[in-house]
Design a protein around this ligand. Structure first.
Ligand code: ZN
Length: 405
């Protein structure tokens, strides 16, 4: 069967106490250079510009997701009995590797690359990297099986539900971890209670027992608060806007001759797809070096944006209204700013929970005492009110601070 490590490896973790590893394939993936690369990518794009301790990495989060999945397949009786050994190993590895294709700066960077991080994740798993070899040497076809879980093509739908649905190991880890490292308490919820009440219905659907609904309500609320207090914090968005403006300027200049544009950024300047080797080299260490180098670029806008990123001279923000926008744009123009890079609009909105609509498989289902199932918004008054109320959004404009009225 599957090779185990000589002894159980334990890694200390502030969220889970310990991460436990006893499968050799998991241990080898952790020690691969692709996985170690995740140490050089922070979990949150611009949130550390607001919450100064939010420096935690995709590496830690990926281990955390793995640990939650490992506990699911060893501690939740319904899951223990309904998954095969192959499926347990596959889903643990999918949890570990689900973010392996993440680029630097969370989603700010993704907006300028032509390819999404999910596509890179599957490519890294399947296209002959060190990770592919580890998986294929463990079991023929394992790389494809792991990638299938991540792209929701797995033969057993339970596996994808565990990794990516509205109540999955990914969210459970990042909410708790981000709450811990930002020092906020909004993201906390009762993981142990959710664990105790998780069941499988009809062999294909992960459900929560009716008595676990309060813990799930709490989890949904924590998600709602984390979005507005952390992920959508306007200062974090302002930082992400700067990154995006700089990458856009480089692409618009199309200039790879400037010696301060290190080769790493050439594909961005040329709007080319980034191959796996170049993608590997793109992390927040190398980008930090590149930004420093760009503070000497011949283009004044590149220079200024790179300095602003380096020194946290972020853009200010205001609520976007026609009057404010008109006044701001006039002032910026008069001050000589190029509005393509020095004025940006950003509308964010978030639904803390999306009910079942017939084609989504990510809804949360509740097993009632009589054995029937109800979709969460029909089993919880709080969730029902949340999804039937107005959608909360935040429409901001970003601009250099010294131009505000
Ligand atoms: Zn994740």
């Amino acid at each position: 069967m599957y090779r185990t490590t000589d002894e159980i490896k334990v890694l200390r973790d502030p969220i889970h106490g310990y991460i436990h590893v006893s499968l050799q394939a998991v241990w080898d993936c952790i020690n691969s250079s692709w996985f170690q690369r995740l140490r050089r990518i922070r979990q949150l794009g611009g949130a550390n510009m607001v919450y100064h301790c939010a420096e935690h990495t995709r590496f830690a989060h990926s281990l955390g997701v793995y640990e939650i999945v490992r506990r699911m397949v060893t501690e939740i009786p319904d899951i223990v009995s309904s998954l095969s050994e192959d499926e347990k190993v596959t889903v643990m590895l999918a949890g570990l590797l689900h973010d392996i294709g993440h680029g630097p700066y969370s989603h700010a960077f993704e907006a300028v690359t032509v390819t999404s991080h999910e596509v890179y994740t599957c490519r890294i798993i399947e296209e002959n990297t060190e990770i592919t070899r580890i998986l294929e040497n463990t079991r023929k076809g394992l790389a494809r099986d792991v990638a299938d879980v991540i792209r929701h093509k797995s033969r057993n739908p339970l596996l994808s539900q565990m990794i990516s649905s509205q109540l999955d190991a990914d969210r459970m880890d990042y909410l708790l971890r981000d709450a811990y490292f930002t020092g906020t308490t909004y993201g906390e919820f009762d993981l142990e209670r959710i664990f105790r009440t998780l069941r499988i219905h009809d062999g294909t659907q992960l459900v929560i027992k009716e008595s676990g609904v309060y813990a799930v309500e709490n989890y949904i609320m924590s998600r709602y608060h984390m979005y507005w207090q952390i992920y959508y914090h306007p200062t974090a968005r302002s930082y992400e806007y700067l990154l995006h403006a700089l990458f856009r300027r480089l692409a618009d200049l199309h200039d790879t001759e400037d010696p301060s544009l290190i080769p790493l950024f050439h594909p961005i300047a040329l709007k080319q797809k980034i191959g796996l080797d170049d993608y590997f080299a793109l992390d927040e260490y190398s980008c930090g070096y590149a930004f420093e180098s760009l503070t000497h670029h011949q283009d004044g806008i590149v220079r200024d944006l790179a300095l602003r990123i380096r020194d946290r001279k972020l853009f200010d923000y205001a609520d976007s209204t026609p009057v404010t926008n008109r006044q701001l744009r006039k002032k910026l123009r008069e001050a000589g700013f190029d509005l393509n890079y020095y004025w940006g609009k950003d509308l964010v909105s978030q639904k803390p929970y999306v009910p079942y609509t017939g084609n989504s498989d990510g809804a949360i289902w509740v097993q009632m005492r009589d054995g029937s199932t109800k979709e969460l918004s029909n089993a919880s008054n709080i969730v029902y009110s949340l999804i039937h109320g107005p959608v909360q959004d935040d429409n901001k404009v970003f601009f250099p601070a010294d131009t505000q009225a």
